[in-house]
Design a protein around this ligand. Structure first.
Ligand code: FAD
Ligand code: FES
Ligand code: MG
Length: 306
């Protein structure tokens, strides 16, 4: 028995080696890059071992180069056959700027995952998914999974203005009803996602659950609304992460009065239990460093252009 197991293990190593030699792409190679809007980019990255296991709700941690910091990004999609996973990121600071400088054929130095817990979708019959800005990239895979499983999905997605809209076609295909909101009314309906959600509830829609993913204040206000109607609400938390394995403590947050680590206990939590005010205040802890690093990276690119 022991010998048989060893033989099987050796065969697996041989298959992996052959796959590596004949693979079309290099490890962590960017095989597709699409600019979704002026600040949001989608990349498909060749990572067959992650693609094999990835599930909606999980994330990866990447490092662009040797001197780079580690940043988490949600797995926005995957193709198990082709062996790639998709990431959708907003260019907000130095690392996302550096990442956005990479092109098809370039490789990302480190790309680790899948990390975190997958979204629980079992038994759900009717769900409202609420996405805000780039949070829609995180909300889309679960929307698609729910829809593929036969669940009735009403999606409410919100953006500051028309130029920032992403994934409209994808959400429309994966939803039984789609409400698109912009703050300034330049596209879809004018207003906040909370007003569209409240309208749906008042029209008599009874949801098993609301899933809200976006900026912290948006998730906080969705929870305040759904609490009024007593609808279970799941939120996806995005604190600073470093190791992503529960060792460093950077991603701690308070849920139901207890300390949790978003990287291993989440990133999804019961929204009624999350201490949003603490999270909002903690999320500003490194803003001075982040601004300095962003300015340094911007200057670097400007020098390259000159
Ligand atoms: P910086 O200027 O360094 O930071 C800008 C802001 O990004 C900070 O104020 C902080 O709020 C956040 N941030 C910075 N460093 C980290 C870090 N190490 N970990 C977490 N947040 C950080 N963004 C997307 O655009 N798409 C996604 O799919 C996505 N998924 C995420 C999933 C998880 C589980 C988490 C925790 C965050 C996710 N984010 C996602 C946020 C993303 O990690 C940050 O935007 C990114 O780290 C910014 O790095 P920066 O150097 O470009 O910007
Ligand atoms: Fe270090 Fe979660 S990122 S404990
Ligand atoms: Mg940074």
């Amino acid at each position: 028995m022991n010998l048989l197991l060893r033989l099987l293990y050796l065969v697996k190593i041989l298959i992996d080696m052959v796959n590596k030699v004949y693979s079309k792409y290099k490890k962590n190679e960017i095989i597709n890059k699409v600019i979704l809007n002026s600040t949001v980019t989608k990349m498909d990255v060749y990572a067959p071992y992650i693609a094999k296991k990835a599930e909606p709700g999980e994330f990866i941690i990447l490092r662009v180069n040797e001197d780079g910091e580690r940043i988490p990004l949600t797995i926005a999609g995957y193709d198990r056959e082709e062996g790639y996973i998709s990431i959708i990121f907003q260019i907000v600071g130095s690392t996302t700027m550096l990442l956005n400088q990479l092109n098809v054929g370039d490789c990302i130095l480190d790309f680790v995952g899948p990390l975190g817990k997958k979204t629980e979708t079992e038994g759900l019959k009717k769900v409202a998914v609420v996405g805000g800005g780039v949070g829609c990239a995180i909300a889309y895979p679960v929307t698609k999974k729910l829809h593929d499983n036969g669940c009735v999905v009403h999606s409410v997605i919100g953006f500051r203005n028309k130029d920032l809209v992403i994934l409209e076609k994808e959400f429309s295909e994966a939803s039984d009803k789609l409400c698109l909101m912009t703050d300034d009314g330049s596209y879809g309906d004018k207003g906040l996602v909370t007003s569209a959600l409240e309208k749906l509830i008042n029209e008599g829609n009874q949801y098993d659950e609301v899933i809200a993913i976006g900026p912290l204040p948006m998730m906080k206000f969705v929870c305040l609304l759904t609490k009024k109607y007593n609808i279970k609400t799941i939120v996806s938390m995005n604190p600073i992460m470093v190791d992503g394995t529960g060792m460093c403590g950077a991603c701690r947050l308070t849920v139901g009065g207890k300390i949790k680590f978003a990287c291993i206990d989440g990133p999804e939590f019961d929204g009624f239990e999350v201490d949003f005010d603490e999270m909002i205040s903690r999320s500003k802890s490194y803003s001075e460093f982040e601004t300095r690093s962003r300015e340094k990276t911007c200057n670097l690119f400007q020098k390259k252009v000159n």
